[in-house]
Design a protein around this ligand. Structure first.
Ligand SMILES: Cc1cc2nc3c(=O)[nH]c(=O)nc-3n(C[C@H](O)[C@H](O)[C@H](O)COP(=O)(O)O)c2cc1C
Length: 173
């Protein structure tokens, strides 16, 4: 049995963690609630991306032991899964795992969700100038990533349904 740990601000990664656990039967815990040693040898971290950082990763890595644990990473964010930027982000996240000498079993990405109105003021202050800058430019001047972010925050992007059964099979194959 594995342990699913989620790192979230607004609940998307928690929701995804619970959906995955319904299929895998793994226990689920908030990264903030990790105390003591982790008994499960396989840990699956579902963590939301904020400015390129994966929520919960630091806490999980503190709890893992070289040679005992295997880690699967599932990033959650608005970055297009096909974007080069996501690959770079994930490479830097994966490096933190290999630096800790923990075995990385796999790395996946799920499309996140966002509701600008629900954001905390600190996040609105970061996002608002970025959206204004994007809006000043014409759509043809924006790269794929910028277009995806703009659509996400305007609520006009197409939400793809996540196949958790397929994800569980990939994780456990
Ligand atoms: C301030 C801020 C920064 C973000 N940075 C990133 C990012 O670097 N990469 C990304 O893919 N998504 C980014 N996002 C989108 C979130 O990862 C996405 O909305 C996610 O679903 C939030 O998950 P949560 O509900 O579990 O907190 C950002 C969102 C906010 C509000």
């Amino acid at each position: 049995m594995g342990l699913i740990v989620y790192g979230t601000q607004y609940g998307t990664s928690k929701k995804y963690g619970l959906e995955l656990a319904q299929i895998t039967g793994d226990k689920v815990i908030d990264s903030q609630q990790l105390v003591g040693e982790i008994e499960a040898t396989h840990v699956i971290l579902i963590g939301s991306l904020y400015a390129g950082r994966m929520m919960g990763l630091k806490k999980v890595l503190q709890k893992l032991t070289t040679g005992k644990h295997e880690l699967t990473l599932i990033t959650v964010g608005m970055t297009d899964p096909a974007a080069e930027m996501l690959e770079k982000m994930q490479q830097s996240i994966q490096k933190q795992v290999t630096d800790k000498k923990v075995q990385l079993r796999g790395c996946y990405h799920l499309q996140g969700t966002v509701d600008y109105q629900q954001l905390a003021l600190k996040h609105k202050l970061v996002i608002k100038p970025m959206l204004l800058a994007f809006k000043k430019k014409g759509p043809e001047e924006l790269d794929e990533q910028a277009r995806a972010l703009l659509q996400a925050f305007e609520g006009t992007q197409s939400i793809q349904k996540i196949d958790f059964t397929d994800l569980a099979q990939k994780i456990y194959s």
